[in-house]
Ligand binder design. Structure first.
Ligand code: ADP
Ligand code: MG
Length: 281
């Protein structure tokens, strides 16, 4: 009989009633230990063991590796659910030809997640449409895949949640929540000016993670104008001090990826109407 590739629920035909009861007991043990995937795979693995003449060690290894793989897949799915990533963006589908300012070697280094081990922060700075959120999502996904708890939020959402928490008397719980993940992504700092209270919440989140866990922060404003965003140059300086102390700063520039097709179409149209491909952006 060929080794079954798919796991069937059919129990192997037991030779004797004693063997049948032993099989049921074994299955019962696996279920009692909540090793449901192993319990389900048991008949197929026993069949394969008999057909391929597997040693006891090899058969047990095969059975438990099924449970381990299923457990790892469940944990990864859980980490990805928790991460709340807003898009399906991955580092693999990032187009470096369209982002001359992004060094593929640096992204490859970040993709190893080693920066998370020593609580290095990553700042992605640049105008809209250049792939800051894409890279942040891709890095958070990698972190989750590597086994880290990652959590994605926006500066506005973080501010709103801290505001609600303060009103509802859940400040400490909320601070603990933002302190928990090994990687916290704070997207879009600077799109909206933050009220003083939000700036101090952001400062507290950054301070309590300082030198312990990493933050990826994206902003369309250079750090020089963060005093304006945060409405307070002292808070901005203290916040930047902690954020930049151990950090990688990626400054993106160039054309918006979102508008690339639009520009290409406009150039092509201009070329047909004027005979030039002069970029009149
Ligand atoms: P930003 O956060 O800098 O405003 P986004 O990351 O939201 O920009 O990018 C805008 C859109 O363009 C997204 O759909 C993103 O996936 C895509 N994009 C941007 N840059 C690239 C790139 N270099 N390769 C692939 N897709 C990109
Ligand atoms: Mg963005």
């Amino acid at each position: 009989m060929p080794a079954p590739k798919t796991i069937t629920k059919a129990a192997p035909a037991p030779a004797t009633p004693a063997q049948a009861s032993l099989y049921q007991q074994l299955r019962g043990h696996l279920t009692a230990l909540k090793l449901h995937d192993a319990a389900e795979a048991l008949p197929a693995v026993l069949d394969a063991a008999a057909a391929e003449g597997l040693t006891l060690t090899a058969a047990l290894e095969r059975l438990f590796s099924i449970e381990v793989s299923a457990t790892e897949a469940r944990r990864l799915a859980g980490r990805l659910r928790f991460a709340s990533l807003p898009t399906g963006a991955t580092l693999e589908d990032f187009d470096y030809d369209a982002a001359a300012a992004v060094d593929p070697k640096l992204i490859a280094e970040l993709a190893t997640c080693r920066y998370l081990a020593n609580a290095t922060n990553v700042l992605l700075i640049g105008p809209p449409g250049l792939g800051k959120t894409h890279l942040a999502v891709g890095l958070a996904r990698k972190a989750a895949e590597t086994g880290y708890r990652a959590y994605f939020t926006t500066a506005a959402d973080l501010a709103a949640r801290c505001h609600r928490a303060a009103i509802e008397g859940r400040w400490a719980t909320t601070m603990r929540f933002f302190n928990g993940p090994g990687l916290l992504v704070i997207d879009e700092l600077g799109y909206l000016p933050l009220p003083a209270e939000a700036a101090s919440a952001l400062f507290q989140v950054i301070s309590q993670r300082y030198l312990k866990t990493s933050i990826i922060l994206t902003s369309n404003r250079g750090v020089g104008s963060w005093g304006e965003i945060l409405g307070d140059t002292t808070v901005a300086a203290a916040l930047l001090d902690r954020l930049l102390h151990r950090s990688v700063v990626l400054t993106l520039d160039g054309d918006s990826y979102r508008l690339r097709d639009h520009h290409a179409r406009a150039d092509a149209l201009r070329a047909t109407t004027t005979g030039t491909r002069h970029p009149l952006r």
